[in-house]
Design a protein around this ligand. Structure first.
Ligand SMILES: [Fe+2]
Length: 213
């Protein structure tokens, strides 16, 4: 089985894409992924025919500067779980860094996700990633998951034609996971390879947010 890359080349899938999942993915209509420049596009993840919603955001320089500040540090993983406002504050507290743009964005995304999932408590994990992380295509064992890569290459996902796409940095992606009630599409995704290739040695700052019901 091969997958076509965005540049038109094809290669054999050797990264563990389950054949059954890939076949199901290929049968899905392209409309299982929705994009938009308003945060309201994320509400579409609740549609039965949607498996991934992407909120496209213009890069704000002050936010980018704050995020890059964190990449000057050694790799880290910080996890907090609380109400959106408190979780965002605790994240900045644990980072020993309070840059208003970063805090405001943490809080905004946490609040947006809490509303989306009707969960008063969210778990936020901020990671400075320098390795391949989750390279296998997979579906997360959660209901919904929000991912935002502030700096560096974003999460890769397989579209209905088997092409590998990548979420742009600063964009906000909400994936439907295996624990989401009901059937409907689930979009396979993975972390970009940083160990070799075109993205080698590009660090990432990634925020992952889940609901705690
Ligand atoms: Fe995942």
């Amino acid at each position: 089985m091969s997958i076509a890359l965005s540049n038109g080349n094809a290669r054999t899938m050797t990264h563990g894409v389950p054949r059954l999942l890939l076949r199901r993915q290929r049968l899905e209509e392209p409309s299982s992924v929705v994009h938009g420049f308003m945060s309201s596009v994320l509400d579409r993840i609740h549609s039965p025919d949607i498996g991934l919603a992407i909120w496209r955001r213009l890069t704000r320089l002050n936010l980018l500067v704050s995020a890059n500040t964190l990449l000057a540090r050694p790799p880290f993983t910080l996890t907090v779980a609380d109400t959106p406002d408190v979780a965002a504050r605790r994240l900045c507290h644990d980072l020993l860094l309070f840059h208003w743009p970063l805090f405001a964005d943490f809080r905004r995304l946490a609040a947006r996700f809490a509303t989306l999932t009707a969960s008063p408590v969210v778990r936020m994990r901020l990671e400075h990633v320098i390795d391949d992380s989750c390279r296998q295509f997979h579906v997360d064992a959660v209901g919904l998951r929000l991912l935002c890569t502030y700096v560096g290459p974003g999460t890769e996902w397989a579209d209905a034609d088997g092409k590998i796409r990548r979420v742009m940095s600063m964009d906000v992606a909400v994936f439907k996971g295996s624990a989401f009630p009901g059937a409907g599409p689930r979009v396979l995704h993975r972390s970009p390879r940083l160990s070799t290739g075109a993205l080698a040695a590009q660090p990432r700052l990634v925020l992952c947010t889940d609901a705690l019901l």
